[in-house]
Design a protein around this ligand. Structure first.
Ligand code: AMP
Ligand code: MG
Length: 592
């Protein structure tokens, strides 16, 4: 038996990215762009009004206010879609609608609300004059030509997944079509003498074919085009015939017929017509799984079609599809991120794992108080498809574990979350580590000040393994509330908020980072030397010995008052500017 990873590597090693095709942009949703897209126009094409109001010269409004309006003569009107016919000369204004091109001579737009237009209308006054009640700065309410997209710029790069906003950008550029990696055609065959088509009445001993539908819907969901081959019977002849109809597809998926039963002939067909990489995978559900290449000669040329033989049980076929067919489809489509997002959640049930296989347990994940919690969706039999309808994730219980107890942390693959979520940029985070008395906190203080001087928004984070948090000082009210048993203590003052939650496990830095939120440029953390996913800089003082807390491979740099014979960037202790430069250059200016 091979591991899930080995099986996936094997499948992917046979899968190639498909060729590109040009097609209407609306058909491209979710597909990968196969060309760099440059703009040959400015968007917007001209300076234009961002508000309904009056286009005028900002300098004409000097000193204007509600109590002392400036009066301008109105020399025309311009609506979106038409071009102004007159120029704005000193002392004049042109009535303008949102999106209309700014007339020659004008450099600002004052919105209706800041004029006396409404009063004039109410009192039947002359509209050839307008009172401006507001002193405008140049460019007020003006959208600049090319401010969204400048002519000549690279707007969307090759490899981008097209979402609605990218499709809108293509339309803004006047591109009715795009070059994208084409969608894979996936042939789907159900096997079994017991299967009855969905629109036929059941007969004794028979069941409806549901796998074809689950699998076809999965194929569509991930961007492929299902080609349904119907139901093959449990004989080599029937299967061979049916499979033949799928050999013009990019991939063939069968369900059933891969266990050890007498009638499980899928692997025999595979052996006869192709190259088998048959295996059993160390997973539950889904141990029996076949993979291979079916060969076909077409016009003298040999064609190879990857074939995934999924198990027949209704849950097993879906779970194995998710692990192997989905990444294969995404790879064919040119996607780079093939894995489902995995989160850590607290499991609400005991799960017993009895053998050496990795267990995929159907769970429903909800977020409570900022923490994910996963509960089993009932009977875990491999035919209980309704337990999948209640699930939004698969809890992954590692092979060779004894299972988990309620309250433990588990990893959950989120089935309904898009792969692209992984691409979401997390904030650059740098941890300053070092032995105690090495001067970490001093360096933190200096770096914070330096980054503030450079205009960055900096969040800081302190890992305090002693358990108390400084704002939690003995004797203070918050400390007394916490001691009295409160689960969380919030302290607010007019311009600050602190939140202390008692947890019975250690949060990892990765779990804390999202709480900091997106409004910052950098997180500077003190401590967290075990965190795997952040960059680490260790402070080293020769007075404390020549050894380091972290191994050199883990470190981005060291800050030292000596010099060490190791292959890591060394920055001088005391030169905060050099440390800030290093962080800025390596972590803040990198484009991901
Ligand atoms: P097999 O792998 O062919 O031994 O099938 C395992 C189980 O899955 C059997 O109980 C089958 O009846 C069931 N099964 C196989 N194919 C389908 C299908 N297309 N739809 C629903 N159940 C199926
Ligand atoms: Mg069968």
């Amino acid at each position: 038996m091979i591991s899930v990873e080995e099986a996936l590597d094997k499948v992917l090693s046979y899968i190639e990215i498909l060729e590109p095709e040009r097609k209407p942009i609306l058909d491209c949703l979710g597909q990968v762009l196969a060309e760099d897209v440059y703009s040959d126009i400015d968007v917007p094409p001209l300076d234009n009004a961002a508000m309904d109001g009056y286009a005028l010269r900002a300098e004409d409004t000097r000193g204007a206010s509600e109590s002392s309006p400036v009066y301008l003569s109105v020399v025309g009107e311009v609506a979106a879609g038409s071009m102004p016919t007159r120029e704005v000369k000193p002392g004049t204004a042109i009535r303008i609608m949102t999106g209309a091109p700014l007339p020659e001579g004008a450099d600002a737009v004052v919105q209706f609300e800041n004029t006396d237009e409404v009063n004039r209308k109410l009192s039947g006054d002359d509209l050839s004059q307008i009172g401006i009640l507001y002193q405008a700065k140049k460019r007020l309410n003006v959208r600049g030509r090319g401010e969204d997209i400048a002519k000549g710029n690279l707007v969307l790069e090759k490899g981008r997944v097209l979402r609605p906003q990218e499709i809108g950008v293509l339309a803004s550029l006047g591109h009715p079509t795009a070059l994208v990696i084409r969608r894979p055609i996936v042939a789907i065959l159900a096997t079994g003498d017991e299967l009855i088509a969905v629109d036929q009445p059941l007969a004794p001993g028979k069941i409806h074919n549901s796998n074809t539908y689950t699998i076809a819907a999965e194929v569509s969901r991930y961007g492929g085009v299902p080609k349904i081959l119907g139901i093959g019977r449990d004989s080599i002849q029937s299967l061979t015939e049916k499979i033949d109809g799928g050999l013009d597809a990019d991939m063939l998926i069968t369900s059933g017929g891969v266990s050890k039963g007498d009638y499980d002939v899928v692997k025999d067909v595979l052996a006869e017509h192709g190259e088998i990489g048959f295996w059993t995978v160390r997973m539950k559900p889904g141990k029996p799984l076949a993979f291979g290449i079916i060969k076909k000669t077409e016009g003298g040329r040999e064609k190879k079609v990857p074939h995934l033989g999924l198990p027949g049980n209704r849950v097993s076929s879906m779970v194995t599809f998710e692990q192997f067919a989905r990444p294969a489809i995404l790879k064919m489509m040119g996607k780079k991120i093939l894995a489902k997002p995995v989160i850590r959640a607290i499991i609400e049930n005991d799960i017993v794992a009895t053998d050496e296989r990795r267990l995929f347990a159907r769970v429903n994940v909800i977020k409570r108080k900022g923490q994910y919690r996963a509960s089993l969706t009932g009977h875990q039999g491999s035919g209980i498809l309704t337990s999948m309808t209640k699930a939004n994730g698969l809890a992954v219980i590692p092979e060779n574990s004894k299972g988990v107890k309620a309250g433990d942390m588990v990893e959950v693959q989120m089935l309904d979350w898009a792969e692209e979520q992984d691409e979401v940029k997390t904030l650059p985070t740098v941890s300053i580590v070092g032995k105690s008395a090495s001067g970490k906190t001093v360096l933190m203080e200096q770096l914070i000040a330096e980054f503030k001087r450079r205009g960055y928004k900096v969040a800081t984070l302190k890992h305090n393994h002693h358990g108390t948090v400084e704002i939690d000082h003995p004797g203070k009210d918050t400390w007394r509330f916490a001691r009295a048993g409160a689960d969380a203590v919030l302290v607010s003052s007019p311009n600050k908020l602190a939140f202390i939650e008692n947890l019975n496990y250690d949060l990892r830095l990765e779990e804390i980072m999202p709480i900091v939120g997106p409004g910052f440029d950098l997180i500077l953390a003190e401590g967290f030397r075990r965190s795997k996913s952040t960059r680490k800089i260790e402070v080293h003082r020769k007075g404390l010995g020549n050894d380091l807390l972290c191994s050199p491979e883990e470190l981005s740099a060291i800050v030292t008052d000596g010099s060490l014979d190791i292959d890591v960037a060394q920055l001088p202790w005391g030169d905060t500017v050099a440390v800030a430069d290093f962080i800025e250059k390596n972590f803040l200016r990198t484009v991901s």
